[in-house]
Each structure stands twice: as structure tokens, then as C-alpha cells.
Design a protein around this ligand. Sequence first.
Ligand code: KIV
Length: 271
Amino acid sequence: MNETNPQKRVTLAELRRASRDGRKIACLTAYDAAFSRLADEAGVDLILVGDTLGMVVQGEQTTTRVSMDDMVYHTRLAAAGRRRALLMADMPFLSFTHPEKALLNAARLIQEGGAEIVKLEAGGDQAAVIEHLSKQGVPVCAHLGLHPQFIHKLGAYRVQGREPAVAERLIRDARTLEEAGAELLLLECVPATLAREITRNAGIPVIGIGAGLDCDGQILVLHDVLGITPGGQPPRFSQNFMTGHDSVHGALHAYVEAVHNSQFPTPDHSF
Ligand code: KIV
């Protein structure tokens, strides 16, 4: 957003203003105080404590074994390092199967962890959960497109929305979840043209990962940005920003600048 006054905390209202004014939002995952501080100092606008921690921190093959206790613990660590960025935390697999269960778990992320918004890998059929959280004052980011928590059903991490019927469902779901009270939308691994259409129609900021350049903001996994993806095989939509930089701060700053200046992602990172 190019607004790096360290005294001024990023709020949802500021993200909405950035989206309205066409200022790109730079987001990154972090899972502890050291890296959330580095991300914050590099000018990241939103830090996500993602359940990717299961894969990049805990060494698992999927995100499905991450628990609520894990999420609360890592959110608390990330909150301790963050100064300016908005702090978002993931609701892990099966933690939001009913509205009341979702509320109790979201409350833990906010009250014990220090999160300011929670993210749910949710489709249109979970609108009631988002509505319940929103009515109780819990800000929600709806994560649409590829749902890594569904990996055992999906079988593989694939681009979602290439087929017209799936694309139409995603457009419908985005509208439904915004109407249910979602404050942000995250689109993962969808064709750039579809992401552009969803972003144009949305009244809330849309953050993309593998969703092309036309979202309001971008997010990547910290370990991919630092070139330390477990297994060494980074996803096509990510970029190792350590290339050409000799410090973590330099790499994170280059990522933030590239997002703010619409230089990342390129068509090579998009579908
Ligand atoms: O869990 C996570 O880190 C995420 C990102 C991939 C957006 O959801």
C-alpha cells in the first residue's frame, strides 16, 4: 500500500481504502515473532499465520494435522513480532464445521493468539458460519478456489475454476460469502481471468495467490519467498526473492516492492 508509517497500524478500513484507490496490498505468511517482525519491518501490510505451518514448519505432507492449539501458539508468537501489519490467523481443518464451534475456535485465535481476523477455507455452503462469526464481531476472510485442507478429497493441488461450471460457482460463492459478512476474500490457484472478474465484482478487498495480477493484493508463503520450500519444489506461482539479495530483510523488502508496484506476479506465475 506504500504506507509504511510504523506508528500507523493497518486496519481493515485501510485495506478497503487501498483496494478502492488501486494501491496493491502485500501479504505474507509468518509463524513466529522473528519472521513476523522482519516481514513487518519490510512493509508487509497483512501477516497470515497460515495452516501451511503444518508443511513448512512441522514438516508434514499436508495441512490437515494442524490443531487449534498449534494455530493459537503460532499466532501468539507472530503477534509478538508484529507492529504495523494486520494479523490474520487460519482456522485449521474441521475447526469450523458448525457456527458455534467456529465461534469458540475463532475466539481462541483472537483472545489467546492476538489475531485480528480469521481465515476459513469455505465455500458458499458455509455462509451460515461466516454470518455467525461476523454478527458476533469476528472479522472473516473467506478463502476460495483451491482448498488445501480438502487434499484427501481432491487428490492433488490443482488450479480450480478452469471449467465454466466451477468458475460460475466460484463467482456465486464470492458474492454469497461477501453478503454473509466476509471482510476479505482470498483466491488460491484460479485462472487470472476468473480472479479479475471476481475482484471487479467484489465490494471487499481480494487477495490472490496463484490468481494473477489483477487481485487487490498478493500473498505468498514465507518459505517460498526465501527459497527454503521443504522438498525444494516451490509452486509455480511463487518466487524466490533471495535471488539477487544477500539478506532476509532485502528479499522481503523486494517482495513487498514488487507487489506494491504490480511487478509480481508476472504471467509466468499465473494460470
Ligand atoms: O495457510 C496458508 O498459508 C494459506 C496461504 C497459502 C494463503 O492459506
